[in-house]
Design a protein around this ligand. Structure first.
Ligand code: ZN
Length: 154
């Protein structure tokens, strides 16, 4: 089990709408980075996604900071807004920070979320970096290589 700071604990605003999917539709686990400062909070990111992008909620399903703390975004089964064409099939997890900010603690928590997703799905999801499914540098070279290597324990 992964300890996850839930929405009420980090003070999330309510989504303006949600679309649920189910585990049969989940086939991928998509890793992102925020490409912003590592001290950004989930609230900052939610504010940007809702107030600047006009989205219904924070775009990611989960977020992980440099300390390895996991935060609930949309959660396991709400369709996200993180990778065009892969929001229903993919669970989107975002590392808060840039390419040079990645830590072993963050990687190990992303790895734990991946294993938790596989347990919940009852099968192995395909782990990808955002750039594998879209035209972007996300999730940075360091995380992308680590995902390509199979999310090894750090
Ligand atoms: Zn991304």
């Amino acid at each position: 089990m992964v300890d996850i700071v839930d929405r009420s604990e980090w003070g999330a605003r309510a989504p303006t709408s949600t679309t649920e999917t189910d585990w049969s539709a989940r086939t991928e686990f998509v890793v992102h980075y925020s490409a912003g400062p590592p001290d950004q909070s989930p609230k900052d990111i939610q504010r940007h996604h809702m107030d600047s992008n006009g989205w219904s909620d924070i775009g990611y399903n989960f977020l992980v900071d440099t300390e390895g703390t996991a935060y609930e975004g949309r959660g396991w089964l709400v369709v996200g807004a993180h990778a065009t064409g892969h929001n229903t099939s993919g669970i989107g997890v975002c590392f808060i920070g840039g390419d040079s900010d990645t830590t072993s603690a963050a990687k190990n928590t992303i790895r734990a979320l991946y294993h938790e997703a596989n347990r919940k799905a009852g099968r192995t999801l395909t782990a990808r970096g955002h750039r594998d499914v879209g035209s972007t540098s996300c999730p940075g070279d360091s995380l992308h290589q680590w995902v390509a290597d199979g999310l090894p324990e750090q």
